[in-house]
Design a protein around this ligand. Structure first.
Ligand code: DHB
Ligand code: MG
Length: 219
């Protein structure tokens, strides 16, 4: 097989069919998001399930998500925290939050999810800490700010997941001018240097192209 984006997507679709399966609530969430004109930048199905498994593996009961979009990853996380668990999700766009709210409620996990509308830099300082898992998937320019809040609002043992660390390999380009690439690289450097974190990252290929995810432990 040639390594092409189409082949990555085909193999990823097979993995999703085989390991994730048909999921009406999540499919309706994607349809609502698309109908509302939101970009299809939610995590891939296999990555949503990875978030769900990481939350369950770590026994997370309180989850913070930065960047709700249409609520797709929120639902994966809300399913993981169980009855009595809580997901606080921060979304800058009120219109996105309204769409997410409907999908999250329709998925049957509405009572577990609190959506906080506002920019992360404004909302995060108002939150009470103690989060067991933090998923950062918002404006890449603010990744270092969000990582700092993840450490402050977490505790030793908190799992931090940072989305979109691959960016089609652009992160290694010294002449990068894209602010998203620069923000991503700054976030990765922080994960490597900041003594509050122990981290690694995995590149991914699939339905979302060539990208990746960093996974860190707050130590
Ligand atoms: C972008 C953001 C995302 O969170 C993502 O998963 C893919 C792309 C973006 O802003 O380009
Ligand atoms: Mg993302």
């Amino acid at each position: 097989m040639d390594s092409t984006p189409a082949a990555w997507a085909d193999a990823d679709a097979f993995l999703a069919d085989t390991l994730v399966g048909h999921d009406p609530a999540l499919e309706a969430t994607l349809e609502a998001q698309r109908d509302a004109g939101l970009p299809a930048i939610e995590v891939a199905p296999v990555a949503g399930k990875l978030l769900n498994l990481l939350a369950r593996l770590s026994g997370a009961r309180r989850v913070l998500e930065i960047g709700t979009l249409g609520g797709y990853s929120t639902i994966w996380l809300a399913r993981a925290v169980g009855d009595g668990g809580r997901v606080v999700t921060v979304e800058a766009e009120a219109a996105n939050a309204a769409i997410a709210r409907r999908s999250i409620d329709a998925a049957g996990v509405g009572e577990r999810v609190e959506i906080r509308i506002g920019r992360g830099a404004d909302v995060l300082p108002t939150l009470v800490g103690g989060f067991d898992l933090v998923f950062i998937d918002a404006d890449k320019e603010s990744n270092t700010v969000y990582l700092d809040w993840a450490a402050k609002l977490g505790h030793p043992g908190t799992v931090v997941v940072l989305d979109n660390i691959g960016r089609e390999g652009e992160i290694v380009r010294d002449d990068a001018t894209d602010s998203k690439v620069i923000g991503t690289r700054d976030g990765l450097r922080m994960l490597g240097e900041d003594p509050r974190f122990d981290a690694t990252a995995l590149q991914t290929v699939g339905v979302k192209g060539w990208d990746g995810v960093a996974i860190a432990l707050v130590v």
